[in-house]
Design a protein around this ligand. Structure first.
Ligand code: UTP
Length: 294
């Protein structure tokens, strides 16, 4: 039988400070890209890749995520009564697509700590972690590309991509040896290094295939960069015992965790939609001709 991963964890308990003030009352994962919240694209990627159950690691102020992935009885009745079948199907589709579980991270102590909350859900299986901050558009979903490698050789896999040198200090960076096209055996990992200390420009993107050994590793790491329990530090401590690969996926990456990336992603996603492409292109053209001012 092929090696399979069927469980995914999506941590959504962070404060989203880079997007304040809107994230004061609105989870950043619920901010829309055109007409769908960012987290929906990630859930859809997981489902299309064959994931059967998803655990959201949530926190205070994240109720909107639970409601979004649940039936909305009054709304659905209203759509039904008005014969708005297509919309009804659209709002129901994502609710029915997958089994969703929730656990609370009582305080956002870092991504590593959020992943540790998934220990009971995961048990002794390998599992995927997806971050709603990172959205990848590609004919074969990024997670499915990684799962294909896992099927051939079970190990830890991290999605990676080259970033401009001057941006390395915003990312977790790997040092690795290319062992197959786009596949690197990781030798070292550094969270947000200074430009002069970065071992490469290969950044870790928010898709991981992890083994359950990560839980013990996380519970042993001390708070790292920013006083947070870093997943990167736990991965680093596993390097001597487990094979960790970084895979440069094919596809286009959009970050949605900071303001400028979020704005760019919204425009790009809208331009990809048939119904908006022409009017939006015309509007942008007009705006640019007027010197960018409305
Ligand atoms: P980020 O570091 O991008 O999220 O974590 P953040 O802390 O919400 O954002 P900023 O840096 O303050 O703007 C990546 C993902 O991990 C989750 C976040 O919700 C986000 O989806 N996360 C982060 C947790 O679930 N718990 C944490 O303690 C930290």
């Amino acid at each position: 039988m092929r090696n399979r991963i069927t469980k995914a964890v999506i941590p959504v308990a962070g404060f989203g400070t880079r997007l304040l003030p809107v994230t004061k009352t609105q989870p950043k994962e619920m901010l829309p890209l055109v007409d769908r919240p960012a987290v929906q694209y990630v859930v859809e990627e997981a489902v299309t890749s064959g994931i059967e159950s998803i655990l959201f690691v949530t926190g205070r102020g994240k109720r909107a995520i639970e409601d979004y992935f649940d039936y909305a009885v009054e709304l659905e009745n209203e759509l039904q009564n008005k014969g708005r079948e297509r919309l009804l199907e659209e709002v129901r589709r994502i609710v029915e697509a997958v089994d969703i579980f929730y656990v609370r991270q009582k305080r956002p102590r870092g991504l590593g700590d959020a992943v540790l909350r998934a220990q009971r859900f995961v048990g002794k299986e390998s599992f995927a972690v997806l971050l709603a901050d990172d959205i990848v558009l590609s004919p074969v979903p990024c997670l499915a590309q990684m799962l294909e490698f896992y099927a051939q050789e079970p190990a830890i896999y991290l999605a990676a991509m080259p970033v401009p040198r001057e941006e390395v200090s915003q990312w977790g960076i790997i040092k690795g040896k290319e062992v197959a096209p786009s596949l690197y055996l990781v030798e070292d990992l550094v969270e947000k290094p200074a430009v002069e200390e970065a071992p490469s420009n290969l950044a870790i993107v928010g898709r991981y295939l992890l083994s359950p050994s990560i839980f013990e590793a996380i519970s042993k790491v001390s708070p790292g960069k920013g006083g947070e329990i870093q997943l990167t530090d736990a991965l680093k401590s596993l390097l001597s015992r487990e094979r960790i690969y970084a895979y440069c996926f094919s596809g286009k990456h959009f970050g949605v965790g900071d303001k400028i990336s979020y704005l760019k992603a919204n425009i790009a996603f809208a331009l990809r939609r048939e119904e908006f492409a022409v009017p939006l292109r015309e509007f942008l053209q007009e705006l640019l001709e007027e010197g960018g001012k409305p």
